[in-house]
Write a protein that binds this ligand. Structure first.
Ligand code: PHE
Length: 361
């Protein structure tokens, strides 16, 4: 029968002599690893007579277990020692100045959309959305812009390849198709705003092929021009933070509203700069009107029973005016220096983002 005494003594001594976890791991591999001492002897058992094999096998397994226990105990001791070493050597100097943290900024467009949403939320509007890729029906036809209508040319539309039915989907040229989607899906009363991306083939300092609009739609019984005016005057004053901001409604034309009005705010141009809320100059900021009865009928609504108003504004334009940003293209250049300058700290600054509260409307 094999005497396992010397093997055990050798391994126990080797374990006791280790001073680091790496050394201990080396001993473990040498003992229990695939090609280690114990494994090799276990494999060699095959050559013995059955009786001998059983006895030797049992003895080897006992050693294996004892070595396992000894390894675990030594590991605990070494780990404790390592931690104690670390605690002694790594001290934290709490008097050192803190490292500067870099904060991201909220993009002025996101900020402007948040401000617009906060103001209209205060007036009971909810937010609706629609797809960027639209059908001709939602973007034009249902909005009373039939195929031969000149307004189609003005929109500089991006067309996509024809679909199965042979009609070409479009990148929506305005957020107005969401008016149609909402009226077809939701019974009145309706009170929504629709912030979102819009697309027109146009590119210069004040136009970009992709830009943002915020649509508004109110539908209900007895809605009239007075509601439109009150709502938009309150909005303009709250958005620009000027209590008595002059607001003017100027007759205009949109195929989907009748009558239509462009909304201007009072301003003064000084040395190439712009002062909002003073002086006797005017600045156009949004389009609006009473929803054309034809559009109501296109959406299955009875224009004798319900009426409504709609409006649409360019988000970039509003942001440029409010925050003095001179070139629209810079919104999309992802220039970190620009964002640091024009962006907003993510934590809200009290008084800057207070819905209707700002303008004292
Ligand atoms: N859709 C119009 C545009 O893009 C804006 C508008 C919306 C005008 C709703 C009136 C009513 O110019």
């Amino acid at each position: 029968m094999t005497d396992t005494g010397p093997l055990k003594a050798e391994l126990i001594a080797a374990i006791a002599a280790t001073e680091t976890l790496e050394q201990l791991e080396a001993v473990r591999l040498n003992a229990l690893g695939k090609k280690g001492l114990i494994s090799t002897q276990l494999k060699a058992l095959g050559g013995l007579a059955p009786d001998e094999r059983r006895q030797a096998g049992q003895a080897l397994n006992v050693v294996k277990e004892e070595i396992g226990v000894a390894l675990a105990e030594r590991q605990a001791v070494l780990k404790r020692a390592e931690l104690a070493d670390k605690l002694a050597s790594e001290t934290i100097d709490v008097s050192l100045p803190a490292r500067a943290t870099t904060n991201g900024r909220t993009h002025p467009l996101s900020r402007t959309i948040e401000e617009i949403s906060a103001i209209f939320s205060d007036m009971g509007f909810s937010i609706a959305e629609g797809p960027d890729i639209e059908t001709d029906f939602y973007n034009f036809t249902a909005l009373n812009i039939p195929p031969e209508h000149p307004a189609r040319q003005e929109h500089d539309t991006f067309y996509l390849n024809p679909d199965k039915t042979g009609t070409r989907p479009v990148l929506r040229t305005h957020t107005s198709p969401v008016q149609i989607r909402t009226m077809l899906n939701t019974p009145p009363p309706i009170r929504i705003i629709v912030p979102g991306r819009t697309y027109r083939s146009d590119h210069d300092a004040t136009h970009s092929p992709m830009f943002h609009q915020c649509e508004g739609l109110v539908i209900g019984e007895g809605i009239h021009m007075g509601h439109l005016k009150g709502c938009l005057i309150d909005f303009c004053r709250a958005f620009f933070g000027v209590k008595d901001l002059p607001v003017r409604f100027r007759p205009s034309f949109f195929p989907f509203t009748e009558p239509s009005a462009e909304v201007d705010i009072g301003c003064r141009r000084v040395d190439g700069g712009l002062e909002i809320g003073a002086g006797d100059d005017w600045l156009e900021i949004l389009g609006s009107g009473m929803v054309n009865p034809k559009v109501l009928e296109n959406c299955g609504l009875n224009s004798d029973e319900v009426q409504g108003f709609a409006f649409g504004m360019g988000v970039e334009r509003l942001a440029m005016l409010k925050y003095g940003i001179p070139d629209l293209r810079t919104f999309y250049e992802s220039d970190l220096r620009w964002l640091k300058h024009y962006g907003f700290m993510p934590v809200d600054v009290p008084g800057l983002h207070t819905g209707l509260g700002t303008g004292g409307a």
